[in-house]
Design a protein around this ligand. Structure first.
Ligand SMILES: [Zn+2]
Length: 303
């Protein structure tokens, strides 16, 4: 009975996190706490937005992504104070979406250096139309922009191990950064991976379903069965979980491509239900199968 209750609580927390992250930014505030993933790598639990990871080094702290709600940043700072007296020296952004960068200004104000792919500043500094959602994303204040850009790769030597930041190719957006904690065998792949829900594809900022599949296929060659994979959204995963996700994306991409080549319209493609057998696992948390099919059509038809 006790076990069942904890399962229910976990399921509720997961669903709440997803809906807070993706559907409502006005949700009731929650307590933020830190969960040790492995070695020096931690995950922030209950912050709104994309998954935030922390590397607690002997001298300082590196943070990956900063969430949706700027008010979560001081809560994370308070939670960190319970574990370490070291400062957050570096913030790495996996990409520009506002649910991953909204705490940047706070951490920059605390002295952190913001690091990201060289395309990041261009995206953060202006309004961007997000066609699929029918809205525009406002620019981030300049104080939150990266001051240390990189193109392909940047290695951070913590003195205890190496953290490799790298860009494979345009995938979720054209400025994706993957963060590999090599010693701990933990990798944060950002929004290339939505675990348990259909992913958003940043078509209006250079992303594509094919790019996501290619980038993750590359990632799978770098990791092993013991690797902990941190997705952009959803619970922690591993190589087998990532493979299942990539297989799902590839199957849907192939089906939709074929239907487009046959000259089918969006409505006709949706009527065929190319996501059908995946909808129960991936199409419940936020985007349903028809919506994801629409996004894939946008990606493959270039609009
Ligand atoms: Zn994103």
């Amino acid at each position: 009975m006790k076990k069942c209750m904890s399962c229910v609580v976990l399921a509720v927390v997961f669903l709440m996190t997803i809906s807070f992250s993706l559907l409502s930014q006005d949700a009731e505030k929650q307590i933020v706490f830190l969960n040790n993933i492995r070695g020096s790598v931690y995950q922030v639990e209950n912050a709104a937005g994309g998954n935030i990871a922390l590397y607690l080094g002997k001298e300082d702290i590196l943070m990956v992504d900063t969430g949706t709600d700027p008010d979560d940043a001081p809560k994370i700072e308070a939670a960190l104070a319970g574990l370490t007296d070291k400062p957050v020296k570096m913030v790495v952004n996996t990409h520009w979406h506002r649910d991953h960068v909204s705490g940047n200004v706070f951490w920059a104000g605390k002295g952190a250096t913001i690091i990201g792919h060289e395309k990041l500043t261009g995206r953060l500094s202006k309004k961007i139309k997000m066609d699929f959602f029918g809205r525009e994303s406002e620019p981030l204040p300049k104080a939150g922009w990266p001051t240390v850009p990189f193109e392909k790769e940047k290695i951070i030597d913590t003195g205890e191990g190496k953290i490799r930041l790298f860009h494979v190719q345009a995938g979720h957006t054209d400025g994706d950064c993957i963060v590999h904690f090599q010693k701990e065998n933990v990798i944060h792949v950002g929004d290339l991976y939505f675990n348990g829900l259909y992913p958003y594809i940043g078509v209006s900022s250079g992303g594509s379903i094919g790019g996501m599949i290619s980038a993750l296929t590359h990632v799978m060659k770098l990791i092993d069965d013991d690797t902990i994979v941190i997705p952009g959204h959803g619970p922690l995963s591993n190589k087998a979980g990532l493979k299942k996700y990539v297989d799902m994306l590839s199957t849907i991409q192939n089906r939709v491509s074929k239907l487009l080549r046959e000259g089918k319209t969006l409505e006709e493609i949706q009527a065929v239900k190319p996501t059908k057998e995946y909808d129960a696992d991936w199409g419940v948390a936020w985007m349903n199968g028809d919506e994801f099919t629409h996004l894939v059509v946008m990606s493959l038809s270039g609009n």
